[in-house]
Design a protein around this ligand. Structure first.
Ligand code: ACO
Length: 324
């Protein structure tokens, strides 16, 4: 019998557009009736990056993938799949994944997008892990890349202050008999709650405006309970407890939700990777961007158990556990 194959996160990479905008700058530029104090107190957000004209989900994703491959010591010849989670694709087709594949110069394998809003990275990681375990791929780029600045209603102060642009990627490789890698992923959705967090209209719709609409309080309530259940599920599935977790790398939507998850897991903020203050909510890009930061600055070390969780439109939510 051959040894068990697991998907190991061999490299991480991030890309943020050059332009970083503070709360005060945003309020002045968009004529918003808001304050830095309100935004910081309710969300923890102080700044966000916005893509320049001509920057797209694919162009940012390419940069993040190149950084992930470099950290893994891998080349495009090692890539046989590109899976992209995005709610802001360059176009309905070609997929953003195919554009990234082409832009990187990968000439074999396959590429596709998946749609799970802010949970997209966890979903994409789950698909990559399953494909690696079943032998369909040995080197998978898993990408979250978003330009939410193009789908915001700048007259809605309740949503437009929350989001930013950016891309993150991980390179997941097959290893036989490894003690590290993805331990498990746990996916959920409940389409009955689709209306509380949605892009109102889009490529195939007959109405709507194509911008983010959110019932913030409702989303908040679902987030706290559903994320708590997802992290419990991930730990229980592996016979692990909160003491085993070296780092929580949560989706970065709101510091209050992040703090609630830290408390639930008995992890102080010194064991939680936080980027929401500087990145705001970059949707599917937020977890891989946080991973890229914390592996580069030495917080996440080889052997560390990392717990990831996210919730987003759909509703979709989920968790993943990985040993680095
Ligand atoms: N500046 C000043 N006032 C504001 C702003 C703003 N930017 N936005 C809303 N307000 C006002 C509202 O108009 C309202 O005023 P009113 O009482 O006069 O009507 C008041 O603040 C309270 O509004 P609420 O929406 O009830 O404020 P709340 O305390 O719920 O905070 C927030 C809003 C921050 C959006 C919060 O609900 C939240 O964080 N929800 C979770 C959202 C989230 O995390 N979404 C992302 C998860 S999924 C994903 O990543 C896509």
């Amino acid at each position: 019998m051959g040894s068990v194959i697991s998907g190991v996160i061999a490299g991480t990479g991030g890309y943020l557009p050059a332009r970083s905008v503070s709360n005060d700058e945003l309020a002045a530029e968009k004529h918003l009736d808001t304050t830095d104090a309100w935004i910081v107190e309710r969300t923890g957000i102080r700044r966000r990056h916005f893509a320049a004209d001509g920057e797209t989900a694919s162009s940012m994703g390419i940069a993040a993938c190149q950084a992930a491959l470099a950290q893994a010591g891998a080349s495009v010849a090692d890539v046989d799949a590109v899976i992209v989670a995005t709610a802001t694709p360059d176009s309905a087709f070609p997929s953003t994944a195919a554009r990234i594949q082409g832009g990187l110069g990968v000439t074999r394998g396959f590429a596709f997008d998946l749609s799970a809003a802010c949970t997209g990275f966890i979903y994409a990681l789950s698909v990559a892990d399953a494909m690696i375990r079943t032998g369909q791929a040995r080197g998978v780029l898993v990408v979250g890349t978003e330009v939410y600045s193009r789908i915001l209603d700048w007259s809605d102060r309740g949503t437009c202050v929350l989001f930013g642009d950016g891309a993150g990627a991980v390179f997941v490789v097959a290893e036989e008999g490894s003690t590290r890698g993805l331990l498990s992923t746990h996916l959920h959705s409940d389409g009955r709650h689709g209306d509380i967090l949605q892009v109102d209209g889009g490529a195939g719709s007959t109405g709507g405006t194509g911008v983010v609409r959110m019932a913030g309080r409702e989303v908040f309530k679902h987030a706290v309970t559903k994320l708590a259940a997802a992290v419990d599920e991930a730990l229980a599935a592996n016979g692990l407890g909160h003491d085993d977790v070296a780092w929580l790398v949560p989706h970065q939507a709101n510091i209050r939700i992040i703090e609630a998850m830290g408390r639930k897991l008995h992890l102080g903020l010194d064991r939680v990777v936080v980027t929401v203050d500087r990145h705001a909510n970059t949707s599917a890009a937020s977890i891989p961007l946080a991973l890229a930061e914390a592996t580069r600055d030495g917080r996440i070390k080889p052997g560390d158990l990392v717990l990831m969780e996210a919730i987003g439109g759909g509703l979709t939510w989920g968790a993943a556990l990985a040993r680095f």
